[in-house]
Ligand binder design. Structure first.
Ligand code: AMP
Length: 939
């Protein structure tokens, strides 16, 4: 076969991907004995070119590599037919032995002892039986070559090998890694497991630390149970190993260079982690149980959602720990953690080992919630990678009250979703805390080495119901009968250590008493706890400001021209697409003052001004480089070679960083990621742009649970800007409305800003205000679509240089206020429809006021404008959205307050409707005409 044909065959073949292991196995057998495979396969393999020097004992991964290499090499090389290292077994049996090793690597996990309760019904896996490979115990004394089996010896008796395979792959750890196609990764994991038979030596000191962790985990829950019986604490009991596991993980991370760790977890075991890992003062927790709380906090949140920050001493230095605040929505915190990690990582010179994300999942949630898939999909992308996340599943085998796997998932393991990115998965019996620690360190080493996600499935149980007042026997009777009799992990491990002589019983009692006494004192129980000094950002400049805080927004026309020239300059040999070229020529004319600025140019100039002043920008969205409506073109594409250029990145050496990434096709995880990023990076203008505004409802959880309420619940500021294209242009129900009403409905406590800028100068100054003003509040923007090119929606450089965002804009035409009989108030694009029609009508009796910010409502600025029309009784709110949508219901109280005493306020707009917009352009046009007429016609 020709080289290219061969390569194409491999690339497209059904033999690649999931079937590859099967083919490898066959090929391995074929290499040993061509007659051992079926004729059809023999023909395929016979047709492969041969490579010199291939040893028969090469392991299957080598063979796959070789298989690929062969495919790409062509028929130049000849395979040596050198025999395997001599063995006592027949060639045929030797093949079978290699297949047996392979079978254990692939499927050993299915016979591993993973369930502490012993309730899992493991299917019989015939591949793991000697007979399946035509071997038997009578071969036990025969010595075979073990190929790449990494036990440090080339040959073993079958008896020893069989024992070793069972110890390595069928003990307390079930390793799933053979789905990884990268040979180096697979070999590396293989080596880690096989070289120590999955059971490395553990020092006495480490054993003691593990025991102390279990004593703490157990002691804490018992203490809470006795002090606050029946109170909800979502006990960790059953999954106690999580505590020594996390401490071991953080300690190892610190030793290998990590400076910050961000943890995301749901409620299960959270109080335990807060006290026993992060070092939250137990007395504070006890106060919370007793109903006391810090009055300085806002609305607050329940104690099992609280975050916490501290430092943790490790042999490699102190590590900063941040446990992210989270809502009840189980998995949504994961992308938030990833975003926070990305921000911290970038601050630390993009060193992925400097910041470690740890996400802790539930077994039902990791399989059930789609956002998990989204985060896996993001994990290796340019804009969202964080150098791999260590993901831990607290697999207590029950989701709320649902335990049967046939009800909670369609996969064998809850972790199968991780295979989509070929993450290694280590299932581990949590009653074997040494095995837990082993896989934990291994997972970290893998993550740091390969910068990829890795999963630890901590198979445990839940000693109580979903919470402590639940009765689990009602739904899981057999499981809970078993749990009742099952010794606690501390007891099991203490017994093990005393039996092997690693610790004396008296010492165990002493440690237990000491822990209890520490809780009685209410003092921090984590020896490694240190006061916070290692976190990488200071939020104090952003605290305690009001909306009218002073900030320097001055910018000169000269500066704007200089920046404008820079961002419209690109190398001569960089060939732009003709449409983009036209746009850039227009932009050059705008800079020269020959043309007014359009939206795209003003927006790009805002970015230029921001990074020129040293602030950073991060802009993501599904189409953010170009802009959904072909208006932004901040990322240029060379038509000759496809190369990309972001002129905004080339202003000067001291400018702030600007990153613009087209995101994965997700709203939920991406928005959550950007929320996480913005809550960890106040110096950056972080922007998420929806392709169309209504797609934001794919991220509804993030708006409700984080963006609108995070500050009120947790005191966490966030300056995220959300651009939501909105406007009624006859595009039908889906892409007309960004559902303004929903954002307005969530407005209270000055939680965020809702803006509808209507001119290029306004967008310029709105974006700059968001980062220059030392407040950090989310900014929701109804951003334009057709307005991007509306001939009236242009601005001058002088208007940009004014440096002020006007929250409300009064009449722009020269109308004598005394002649005005009606004032129409509005927001957004409909303003231009009203303006044009009024001009056409040559009307002078209707004034138009535009609200550019609907929340916080600009009462004072509005009052100044309204003062001109104190005599007017006829006030109208005009909107494009149906009456039950848009601003009418949610902002009406502000409008009533704004108009003069005794005046009347009326609605002009579409009738209430179930759907955001009609599907027929003709009906849309009629409606639009009617609402404008209604607003302007004085009868
Ligand atoms: P962290 O690095 O997330 O552990 O945060 C360290 C400290 O910075 C916290 O204890 C807070 O005092 C402060 N901080 C972090 N993030 C925010 C935020 N989004 N808003 C206000 N303060 C914050």
């Amino acid at each position: 076969m020709q080289d290219s044909v061969m390569k194409a065959w491999w690339d497209s073949s059904h033999m690649a991907g999931a079937n590859a292991p099967y083919v490898e196995e066959l090929y391995e057998a074929y290499l040993e004995d061509p007659q051992s495979v079926e004729e059809a396969w023999r023909q395929v393999f016979d047709s492969l070119p041969k490579v010199e020097g291939t040893q028969l004992e090469d392991n299957h991964t080598t063979i796959r590599d070789q298989f690929r290499k062969l495919a790409s090499l062509g028929p130049v090389a000849r395979m040596s037919s050198a025999p395997a290292t001599s063995t006592g077994g027949s060639d045929e049996k030797q093949v079978k032995v290699l297949q047996l090793i392979n079978a254990y690597r692939f499927r050993g996990h299915q016979h591993a002892n993973l369930d502490p309760l012993g309730l899992w019904k493991q299917d019989r896996v015939r591949d793991l039986e000697l007979s399946h490979h035509s071997l038997s115990e009578s071969d036990f004394d025969t010595v075979f070559n073990v190929g790449s089996y990494a036990v440090g010896q080339e040959t073993m008796s079958l008896g020893d090998l069989f024992k070793s395979l069972n110890r390595t792959y069928c003990g307390s750890i079930g390793a799933e890694y053979m789905h990884i196609t990268d040979t180096e990764q697979k070999r590396w994991i293989q080596h880690q497991f096989e070289s120590v038979q999955a059971k490395p030596e553990i020092s006495k000191d480490e054993k003691r630390q593990i025991l102390k962790g279990l004593i703490a985990a157990d002691g804490m829950e018992k203490y809470l149970n006795s002090k606050f019986p029946g109170a909800k604490r979502f006990s960790l009991e059953g999954g106690d190993s999580l505590i020594p596991m996390l401490k071991g993980l953080i300690s190892e991370a610190g030793t290998t260079g990590t400076k910050e760790v961000v943890v995301g977890m749901a409620h299960r075991g959270r109080l335990n982690v807060l006290v026993n890992v992060l070092g939250k003062n137990p007395s504070v927790l006890f106060d919370e149980f007793s109903g006391k709380h810090d009055e300085s906090l806002g609305a607050g949140d329940v104690k099992y959602h609280a975050g916490f920050s501290s430092d943790f001493a490790t042999p490699g230095g102190n590590v900063h720990l941040a446990l992210a605040f989270n809502p009840s929505h189980l998995e949504i915190v994961n992308p938030v953690v990833m975003g926070s990690v990305r921000a911290r990582m970038e601050r630390r010179k993009n060193d992925p080992n400097a910041v470690l994300p740890i996400t802790i999942h539930g077994d039902s949630a990791i399989a059930g919630q789609g956002v998990v898939q989204e985060t896996f999909n993001m994990s290796q992308t340019r804009g969202f990678a964080v150098g791999g996340t260590v993901r831990i599943v607290i697999n207590n085998q029950v989701g709320f009250t649902t335990s049967k796997t046939e009800d909670t998932r369609s996969t064998q393991y809850c972790t199968d979703i991780a295979k989509m990115v070929q993450a290694p998965i280590f299932h581990v019996n949590s009653d074997d805390p040494e095995a837990v620690l082993f896989v934990t360190k291994l997972a970290l080493a893998y993550r740091n080495k390969f910068k990829r996600d890795v999963v630890i499935d901590l198979v445990c149980y839940r000693r109580h119901g979903h919470n402590e007042s639940d009765e689990p026997n009602a739904t899981q009777p057999l499981m809970y009968q078993k749990i009742k009799k099952h010794p606690v992990p501390r007891q099991i491990y203490a017994d093990q250590l005393t039996a092997e002589g690693s610790i004396e019983e008296r010492e165990i009692e002493r440690l237990t008493d000491e822990y209890r006494a520490a809780l009685d004192h209410g003092a921090c129980v984590v020896e490694e706890w240190r006061p916070m000094t290692e976190h990488s950002v200071d939020w104090s400049p952003y605290l305690g400001h009001d909306w009218d805080v002073d900030y320097d927004s001055a910018i000169s026309v000269e500066k704007l021209k200089e920046l404008g020239e820079k961002i419209t300059t690109y190398p001569d040999d960089f060939k732009l697409h003709s449409r983009v070229n036209k746009l850039y020529q227009d932009r050059k004319a705008m800079v020269a003052g020959d043309k007014n600025l359009d939206w795209g140019m003003a927006e790009n100039l805002a970015y230029a001004a921001i990074v020129d002043a040293g602030n950073a920008i991060r802009l993501t969205g599904q189409d953010s480089g170009r802009g959904t409506f072909f208006h932004r073109h901040a990322v240029l594409h060379n038509q000759t070679d496809g190369a990309c250029l972001i002129p905004l990145q080339h202003l000067h050496d001291k400018q702030g960083k600007i990153d613009i990434y087209d995101s994965v096709l997700s709203e939920e995880a991406v928005m959550a990621f950007e929320y996480g990023y913005a809550t960890a990076e106040p110096g950056c203008l972080t922007i998420w742009e929806a392709q169309f505004g209504d797609f934001a409802n794919g991220a509804q959880v993030v708006f409700d649970q984080f963006l609108s309420s995070g500050e009120a619940k947790w005191g966490r500021l966030c300056g995220l800007t959300v651009l939501l294209p909105h406007g009624y242009e006859g595009q039908g129900p889906e892409h007309s409305s960004a559902r303004l009403e929903r954002f307005l409905q969530l407005c209270a406590d000055h939680n965020w800003q809702v803006c509808i800028p209507s001119t290029p100068a306004q967008v310029f100054n709105m974006l700059r205000r968001q980062v220059l003003r030392p407040m950090r509040k989310p900014l929701i923007v109804m951003s334009p679509k057709s307005l991007l090119r509306h001939p009236l929606a242009t601005s001058t450089l002088d208007e940009l240089a004014e440096g002020v965002y006007h929250n409300v804009i009064g009449e722009i035409d020269e109308l004598n206020p005394d002649n005005v009989k009606r004032v129409v108030m509005c927001s957004g694009k409909v303003y231009y429809d009203l303006l044009e029609q009024r001009r056409k009508n040559e009307q002078t009796d209707v004034a138009i006021i535009r609200f550019e910010q609907l929340y916080p409502f600009p009462q004072e600025e509005c009052a100044q404008i309204v003062a001109n029309y104190g005599h007017v009784k006829d006030w109208v709110w005009c909107q494009e959205e149906p009456q039950n949508q848009g601003a009418w219901y949610n902002s009406q109280h502000h409008f009533w307050q704004a108009i003069p005493d005794g005046a009347h306020l009326r609605y002009a707009g579409r009738e209430a409707a179930a759907s955001p917009a009609v599907g027929y352009v003709s009906v849309h046009n009629q409606q639009q005409k009617a609402l404008v007429e209604d607003a302007l016609t004085i009868k």
